[in-house]
Structures are given as structure tokens and as C-alpha cells.
Ligand binder design. Structure first.
Ligand SMILES: [Fe+2]
Length: 251
């Protein structure tokens, strides 16, 4: 069946003025950009899409990327200086982090070393192999400190997939917000991840959108995403909510 039903729309046209709340653009502190040059090239790619505001979210993962507010602050300062030298006055950066919900995360929390996305919202992730056995305890500990978790790429946790997505509904009732990765809407992470992304959209469970950009290839794919009108209609309010909620960080 061809015709108007098969018409696809470029997602990039919807993203102008977006605030990217999940990316690995800070140089040299995780598996994203490895140096200033790479960071600047990625920012140029975002500029081409009309995206100029970023909340940088390097991994904080005890065994691999033991970042702290200090390491993140230093990388942010380096990048801001390089952006200034480029004369890119329109580019704005805030620093936060993407926290792996492991044992050391509870220590970071107890030591009041959390860098939230904005006010009380904290970006968290878990292993792609299994959820933390104390997931509910971690969520409760966050909330005890007046934070709310924003779960990064919920669609990528295959162990939670089910026909009715009950686990996701449960996590929402526990106060989790969900941040979908843009590239999950393509086959980038696999077909079952794409299906889960669509299922979460159909159930109206997604709160925010993020790019999770690590490298140039991700941006190239993002540039080319085309989706049916139905998906664009589902994404529009999520894009608007993301920009409205996190745009305040740049006021
Ligand atoms: Fe990430």
C-alpha cells in the first residue's frame, strides 16, 4: 500500500530548538568524545540540526568511568573555552551525569555529590544484562533525598520487555520518568528495541527524548531518521516537554 499512508517525515525538522538532555559530548572522560576536536565536530553536527543547548551527561560508573563533579566540571570548562574560541555564542552547556545504578551510586547519593539534569531530576541507567537486585531500594534512596529518577533509554532493557510492558508501568507508579533514545526509533539498537520504543510511545509512557550521542555516526543516523506521521505526532509533545522542562536550565 503506497500513497499518503506510507509518507514519512524527517524527524530532524522537529528538533530545531531542542534541548539535548543525554549526550557524551564532554571530552575525554567516558566512551563518548575522546578529545576537544571530536567534541567540536559533534557540536557542529548538532548546530546543523538547529540544536544548540546541551545538558552533558558523562557516565558515572564506578568500575569504568569513576567521574566526579570535579572531573566533569574540568571537562566542561575545557569544552566551554574551546566553544568560546570558536566564536559559537549560541552554544550553551550545562553539566550533569548519567549514573549507573550500582552500589557506588548509593555512596555518591549519600555524599551529596549528585549532578542533576535540572532541580530534582537525575538521569540514571542500569546494566543491559540485568536490573540491579536492589532497584527499588535505589529509587527509594533517591526519593528520600528529594530526587526523582529519569531512567535513560528504558526501551533498551530487554529483560523488562513484555506484551503489556507491566514492569514499565510499575516503575512509573514508583515515580520514574522515562527518557527515550532518538536512535531507538530506528533499528540502530536492534529491531526488538525499536519495537519496545514504539510500544512505550503507544502506552504514552515516555516523558523525555534524548540523543545519547557518543560519536559522529550517531548524529549522521539522527540526521536521516524518517518516521510515519503517527510517530511524529506522538513525539511532538515529548520534544516540546523536554525543551520546556530543561530549557529552564539555560534561563
Ligand atoms: Fe548515555
Amino acid at each position: 500500500m503506497l500513497g499518503i499512508f506510507s509518507k514519512k517525515i524527517a524527524l530532524k525538522d522537529e528538533l530545531e530548538g531542542f534541548v539535548d538532555i543525554h549526550n557524551h559530548l564532554l571530552p575525554g572522560i567516558d566512551d563518548g568524545s575522546q578529545n576537544i576536536e571530536e567534541s567540536l565536530a559533534l557540536i557542529q553536527g548538532f548546530k546543523d540540526l538547529g540544536i544548540t543547548r546541551f545538558i552533558a551527561t558523562p557516565h558515572v560508573m564506578n568500575d569504568y568511568y569513576p567521574n566526579t563533579p570535579e572531573t566533569i566540571g574540568e571537562a566542561l570548562e575545557k569544552l566551554r573555552n574551546a566553544v568560546r574560541e570558536k566564536g559559537w555564542d549560541d552554544i550553551r552547556f550545562k553539566a550533569a551525569a548519567e549514573y549507573m545504578m550500582d552500589q557506588s551510586f548509593l555512596e555518591v547519593l549519600q555524599n551529596n555529590q549528585i549532578l542533576p539534569l535540572i532541580s530534582n531530576l537525575v538521569l540514571v541507567e542500569m546494566s543491559f544484562f540485568q536490573p540491579p537486585i536492589n532497584l527499588h531500594e535505589i529509587i527509594f534512596a533517591l526519593q528520600s533525598k528529594k530526587y526523582q529518577p529519569v531512567l535513560a533509554h528504558p526501551e533498551r532493557y530487554a529483560f523488562f520487555h513484555s506484551r503489556k510492558m507491566e514492569k514499565y508501568v510499575e516503575l512509573k507508579t514508583r515515580g520514574c520518568y522515562f527518557q527515550l533514545n532518538v536512535l531507538s526509533l530506528t533499528g540502530h539498537y536492534g529491531k526488538h528495541i525499536q519495537e519496545a520504543a514504539f510500544a512505550l510511545l503507544d502506552l504514552d509512557l515516555i516523558d523525555y527524548l534524548g540523543t545519547d550521542t557518543h560519536q559522529q555516526r550517531h548524529l549522521e543516523k539522527l540526521h536521516d531518521i524518517k518516521l510515519p506521521q503517527k510517530r511524529i505526532d506522538q513525539l511532538r509533545p515529548i520534544i516540546a516537554r523536554t525543551a520546556a522542562t530543561f530549557g529552564e536550565a539555560f534561563q
